[in-house]
Design a protein around this ligand. Structure first.
Ligand code: AMP
Length: 284
């Protein structure tokens, strides 16, 4: 496994592999790798000749009062995990090589970036789209692997790839959860024991919503109010949003008359967690 820090170096190395007909799969991450990330790496391994993983805590996607500085960076363990999962190349750029002082170009996927998480995190998706665009140009993969955990991010990146004609296939993998339902996240490391317990309410609320839909409830507002009621019972939980939205436009739905995405952002203590569930119309 090669660890490469310089963008031009990894571009050159991968260009020569591509010339030899190798198919390249790419998994962008911010590190603190867990089974969610590893599921993407495993899939990329199965579907490609070469697997590249980036580990970069992207400052452009953090707001001024967010957790950029305290975001976990267990690099040694991340590299061990990458090696164990047969990653070929780890791209480990520093801030300066990604954002030199003269940097001035950003990618903004309009509308989709202003909804849901975009409301509480202005500029977040502009930072995400910009770094993914840069990484796609540096790595030039055949396939890009993303997790459904960040559902809005996946929709936005797919839109960017389509609108800007990036020659890459976007593959979105299901959310990996603990047995108790909690979606794996690098930010779960911030939670104490009581908060971890309270955090289970996210999946419980999503499951409640799914079951209400399965039993014929079609009124989104009613379902959302039941979810909010359940979450409100946990004193550590403060809802940022609970929404039922269209899978592509991410616009709120009033009536459940097709497949939908139920999504949540909830602060547990000081930690903001997100989770979601796709519900197929007519599914019990
Ligand atoms: P991050 O390191 O948080 O930027 O995540 C890197 C990639 O891993 C993103 O595409 C995430 O959606 C994906 N990911 C994070 N957590 C999970 C999870 N629990 N299940 C599946 N994919 C995940």
């Amino acid at each position: 496994m090669k660890v490469i820090r310089i963008p031009a170096k990894i571009t050159k190395l991968l260009a020569s592999a591509r010339h030899k007909g190798k198919r390249i799969g790419f998994v962008p991450t911010m590190g603190a790798l867990h089974q969610g990330h590893l599921s993407l790496i495993t899939r990329a391994r199965q579907e490609n000749d070469l697997v590249a993983v980036s580990i970069f805590v992207n400052p452009a996607q953090f707001g001024p009062r967010e957790d950029l500085n305290k975001y976990p960076r267990p690099l040694k363990n991340d590299l061990l995990l990458c090696r164990k999962h047969k990653v070929d190349l780890v791209f480990l750029p520093d801030n300066k090589s990604m954002y030199p002082a003269s940097f001035s170009t950003f990618v903004n996927v309009e509308k989709l970036s202003d909804l849901l998480c975009g409301l509480a995190r202005p500029g977040h998706f502009r930072g995400v789209a910009t770094v993914v665009a840069k990484l796609l140009n540096i790595i030039r993969p055949d396939a890009l692997y993303l997790g459904q955990k960040d559902a809005q991010q996946a929709v936005i990146i797919k839109k960017m790839v389509c609108d800007l004609n990036f020659p890459v296939k976007v593959k979105v993998s299901p959310i990996v959860r603990q047995e108790d339902g909690l979606a794996l996240s690098s930010r779960n490391a911030y939670l104490n024991a009581a908060e971890k317990d309270a955090a289970l309410v996210l999946f419980k609320a999503l499951s409640l919503a799914k079951s209400l839909i399965g039993h014929g409830q079609r009124d989104a507002a009613r379902i959302i109010s039941k979810m909010k009621e359940l979450i409100g019972r946990k004193k550590q939980a403060h809802i940022d949003y609970a929404a039922i939205v269209d899978l592509e436009s991410l616009q709120g739905m009033k009536k459940i008359n097709r497949d939908c995405l139920i999504c949540l952002a909830v602060k547990i203590g000081k930690t903001r967690l997100i989770d979601n569930l796709v519900v197929k119309y007519g599914e019990k």
